[in-house]
Design a protein around this ligand. Structure first.
Ligand code: CDP
Length: 226
């Protein structure tokens, strides 16, 4: 039986760091579904498609595209390939892509196209899948569900520290971008961001990633699967 751990939460809550660290601790495979949406958003951006005004232009290209997580040579990590090429992480995290990714992720056909690809990853033995709708839509029967949050101010500080910004970007500007994406993600009609009823919600404002992972591991030990 596979062990599926679903981790969701708002932008820059630290969930990627926590999910990666958890994967290392328990020897699991980490899947970042945000990066999958970013790959599609990056392709749309490169083609000059406006996902808000012309979503159908993007939708009609989906059947020609491939997107898959593949095991690396040592079979201990997954790497994302778009149209058979490894994705460019720096580009996918840039402001240009961040500005359009939530519009791309709100297109129902894009979410449909993603769903089976994400469920296929979850067939691997120990999977830690991170995103916005993993516990509610993609893997509603996941073995464990965690919802990672932090205040908007703390999240803006964390994102600015990551340094994917042009020089001179202020905390206020980052906070505004994050709030806009939170709003788009939690109010969209399809698969909005929210914790599942049986999720453990962790507010990480005053916690280090190690402490967050300790809490997740403790929860799993206290609740062994049946
Ligand atoms: O790293 P950060 O939390 O800023 O974002 P991300 O995890 O890279 O996700 C980027 C965007 O993709 C989110 O703001 C959502 O709009 C979308 N997304 C989604 O709709 N569903 C998911 N399962 C994952 C991401």
């Amino acid at each position: 039986m596979t062990l599926q751990i679903a981790i969701d939460g708002p932008a820059a809550s630290g969930k990627s760091t926590d999910a990666k660290l958890l994967a290392e601790r328990i020897n699991g495979l980490y899947v970042n579904t945000g990066l999958m949406y970013r790959a599609v958003a990056g392709a749309a951006y490169n083609l000059g498609i406006d996902p808000e005004k012309n979503p159908q232009e993007l939708v009609k290209l989906l059947p020609q595209w491939t997107l898959e997580y593949r095991l690396d040579n040592d079979a201990n990590k997954l790497e994302l390939f778009f149209n058979d090429k490894p994705v460019d992480n720096a580009f996918l995290r840039s402001k240009e892509v961040s500005d359009v990714v939530s519009q791309v992720a709100a297109i129902p056909e894009v979410r449909d196209w993603m769903l089976q690809k994400q469920r296929d990853c979850a067939k691997l033995p120990i999977i830690i899948m991170e995103g916005r709708d993993i516990q509610t839509v993609v893997l509603p029967n996941a073995t464990y569900k965690f919802f990672i949050t932090a205040s908007a101010e703390e999240r803006a500080r964390r994102r600015l520290k990551q340094g994917d910004f042009k020089d001179g970007t202020t905390l206020k500007e980052v906070a505004e971008q994050i709030k806009l994406r939170d709003h788009l993600d939690s109010t969209r009609a399809v698969a909005p961001l929210k914790p599942a009823a049986d999720s453990l919600v962790i507010n990480t404002d005053n916690m280090t990633p190690d402490e967050v992972v300790d809490k997740m591991v403790e929860h799993m030990q206290k609740n062994p699967r049946q």
